[in-house]
Design a binder for this molecule. Structure first.
Ligand code: 5GP
Ligand code: MN
Length: 349
């Protein structure tokens, strides 16, 4: 971080701080926000986390979750705007492009507050005064951990903070199996365990906290809605509003579903298309090896993310979006056929 000394100086007196993160926050977005908030509160700052949208209930257990303000809840538009305008400092976590926090983006720009960015997504265009932006970081929680150490405050990390940090580290690495998993993040986790973190508690609260209806929906999607295209080494799901209503799905119920498609031996790219209430389609992409799905998401579906995990959206109908995806696969066929595999032991589709 370039101007750390200036930031340290800035934070020596109590500040009014707003922390914000991307739409539909995941465990890394929320975990990093809550860890940063917990840390800054210990330093005597007044901190408010504001998310642009709601998030899944399997994250409600995170320490201090009740203090998060969700935009658009309880007619809080004016209050949120006031908080941004009155802030001395805005911290942006787990995103680096302003549209990812719409409609909060214009409030960030309208505020005179200084801005700090901590993020690991490709394509940073965020107007930051201070930043710790590392694409090679496995999680924004890893960067919050690094930031606290850079500030010289490792001793302030307690168990609630460690749980928030671990939540993002474990989920953004796919339980330490994605390519982004480094020896460093394992060392960071080892440090957190030494501080008293119970990894089994966090893993159980995140992964083994399903509702019955979510599991039945997963079963339906896997048995009825998974399409395999061996010629493109691709598998995808397309889920309509009607199907989601049939299973009464909640925010977060489709999270992780796309990974099942990627778990099929020989599959190099997995996609999920989810029809939204407004008729648009939210897409998630996952890939294996050298296939950069963030490029596909950015070029064709107004999105972005990481090389092997990205998202985007489509204004077309679900059926038309599916057709667009199928047409695109032809363009990427050579890459899909050739991108890294682990040799002869990997089954073919
Ligand atoms: P997911 O598929 O789990 O929603 O997101 C995968 C990754 O892509 C995450 O790191 C997420 O922040 C990023 N991502 C998801 N949707 C979008 C999008 O619409 N635009 C951009 N730029 N990134 C996205
Ligand atoms: Mn992240």
């Amino acid at each position: 971080m370039d101007n750390l000394a200036a930031l340290q100086q800035f934070l020596t007196t109590p500040k009014k701080i707003v922390i914000t993160t991307h739409q539909k926050p995941d465990a890394d977005a929320l975990g990093s926000s809550l860890a940063m908030s917990g840390y800054l509160k210990k330093l005597g700052h007044i901190v408010q986390i504001i998310t642009p949208t709601d998030y899944p209930s399997f994250l409600f257990w995170l320490p201090d979750n009740q203090a998060v303000m969700v935009y658009d809840k309880n007619k809080n538009h004016d209050k949120v705007r006031q908080l941004f305008l009155a802030a001395d400092f805005i911290i942006a976590l787990d995103f680096s492009q302003l549209p990812r926090i719409a409609p909060l983006d214009e409030m960030v720009l309208a505020s005179k507050a200084k801005r700090l960015l901590l993020d690991h997504h490709i394509g940073n265009t965020f107007p930051a005064d201070f930043q710790l932006w590392k694409v090679e970081a496995a999680a924004t929680c890893e960067l919050v951990y690094d930031f606290i150490l850079l500030m010289g405050h490792k001793h302030l990390i307690d168990i609630p903070l460690a749980e928030c940090l671990y939540a993002g580290m474990v989920t953004d690495t796919g339980s330490f199996k994605f390519e982004s998993t480094s020896s460093k993040i394992h060392r960071n986790v080892a440090d957190l365990i030494d501080l008293g973190l119970q990894v089994n508690k966090v893993q159980r609260l995140i992964y083994d906290n399903n509702t019955e209806q979510r599991l039945r929906f997963l079963g339906y999607a896997l048995s009825q809605k998974l399409t395999l295209l061996p010629e493109y080494k691709t598998a995808y799901f397309a889920l309509s509003i009607q199907e989601q209503q049939q299973f009464n799905t909640q925010t977060g119920d489709t999270e992780g579903l796309v990974n099942y498609a990627l778990s099929i031996a020989g599959i190099r790219m997995a996609v999920i298309l989810i029809e939204k209430n407004d008729g648009t389609v939210k897409m998630s992409f996952r890939s294996f090896g050298s296939l950069a799905v963030n490029e596909i998401a950015e070029k064709h579906f107004s999105g972005g993310g990481h090389k092997n995990a990205a998202g985007g959206k489509s204004e077309l109908t679900l059926a038309a979006t599916e057709q667009k995806l199928l047409a695109l696969l032809k363009e990427y066929q050579a890459t899909l056929q050739s991108c890294l595999s682990f040799g002869n032991y990997e089954s073919q589709v």
